[in-house]
Design a binder for this molecule. Structure first.
Ligand SMILES: Cc1cc2nc3c(=O)[nH]c(=O)nc-3n(C[C@H](O)[C@H](O)[C@H](O)COP(=O)(O)O)c2cc1C
Length: 336
């Protein structure tokens, strides 16, 4: 079965990619992911705030520009120098890139375009095959307009693109008024891939403890539906590669993403639940499915169930929605 896949110009042995998580926190973790057979690995994120903190510590430079977001540092937990700061990150990246044969990508989690983007170049120099930019900005009650928020994404991407020659992927959120247009703008601004989607932290509340519980939750199958819908809508309409992230529990979920048009399918929760070796189970399941369906190469099913080109996407979605709601009201709905 031919699983080899192109992703942002990188040749991967297969389309399964380990997305950022604690599994890539150590060289041993990276090796286990590679041994399990993933096509590529994106390391856990280095946060812009860590880079700023480092810059402040070393240069005692305070960037007071209006856009610098210094208040974020007030909330950022002080990390021990030896913890995953920029230097240990680059060191891990360098060792990982030489230790495993699959591409290792770096992840930068950003909120502004100022003062830190040169680290992307340092990541390239350390051997990153690509940079994945996780742009996480929740405007809260900010007076910024939607257009200004969107521009921030473009500015960050353009700054990072100007620093590096390796491909740059953007992991974005689904919460734009016009997510499709945002995807197109990022595409035009040079994003080599769109990673759909980032999840906003949605804290829980513990009524017994009267406390906010900010933890990150693992995903479930149903979480794949939103990114999969957008992948089906964007496939063939943007030049950027499309990476799916969220809700892969079994090889069926990998197959469904590929049918929708994903170039690669990322996984974290399933590997955290079942161990990195579960990647081999996902890949075996993908190969069995392809064999059962008569596909010889992963390119054959890719995009087979995308929203057909030439359709009015909004009208197509609206018609699907109306039909689905009418069936639901007639008693036909899913319970998962
Ligand atoms: C424990 C944990 C840590 C994560 N750390 C990062 C991170 O550092 N950077 C990032 O971009 N995403 C991070 N993510 C998000 C994952 O990379 C992934 O996009 C998300 O979990 C959805 O994929 P999944 O359904 O396969 O888990 C993390 C997720 C989990 C559960």
């Amino acid at each position: 079965m031919e699983l080899a896949t192109d992703y942002m110009g990188l040749r991967l042995a297969n389309p399964l990619v380990a997305s950022p998580s604690p599994l890539s926190y150590t060289l041993d973790g990276v090796r286990r992911l590679a041994d399990a057979g993933v096509g590529a690995i994106v390391l856990f994120s280095l946060f812009e705030e860590q880079l700023r903190e480092q810059a402040l510590r070393t240069a005692r430079l305070v960037d007071t520009s209006a856009d610098s977001f210094p208040e974020a540092l007030d909330f950022f937990p002080a990390v021990a120098e030896e913890d995953a700061g920029p230097h240990p990150y680059l060191s891990l990246l360098e060792r990982a890139a030489t230790a495993v044969s699959v591409p290792v990508m770096a992840s930068l989690n950003a909120v502004t375009a100022q003062g830190w983007t040169s680290y992307a170049k340092a990541m390239e120099d350390a051997g990153a095959a690509a940079v994945e930019l996780n742009i996480y900005y929740l405007p809260g009650n900010s007076p910024l307009s939607g257009r200004e928020v969107e521009q921030r994404y473009i500015d960050i991407l353009e700054r990072v693109k100007s620093e590096v020659t390796i491909p740059v992927a953007v992991k974005l959120s689904p919460y734009f008024s016009s997510t499709g247009e945002m995807a197109r703008r990022l595409d035009e601004a040079g994003a080599d891939a769109l990673v759909l989607f980032n999840r906003f932290l949605q804290p829980d509340i513990d009524p017994e403890e009267l406390a906010i519980v900010p933890g990150v939750a693992l995903s479930h199958r149903a979480d794949a539906r939103l990114p999969r819908t957008w992948i089906a809508l964007l496939c063939g309409r943007v030049r950027a590669a499309l990476a799916a992230t969220s809700g892969v529990e079994s090889s069926d979920d990998v197959a469904a993403y590929i049918l929708a048009g994903a170039d690669v399918v990322m996984t974290t929760s399933a590997l955290l639940r079942n161990g990195p070796e579960y990647a081999a189970t996902l890949l075996d399941g993908l190969s069995s499915w392809m064999k059962r369906k008569g596909f010889h190469a992963v390119a054959e099913p890719r995009g087979m169930l995308t929203v057909p080109l030439g359709r009015d996407e909004a009208a197509y979605e609206r018609a699907s929605y109306v039909n689905a709601m009418r069936s639901a009201n007639a008693g036909s709905y899913d319970d998962w």
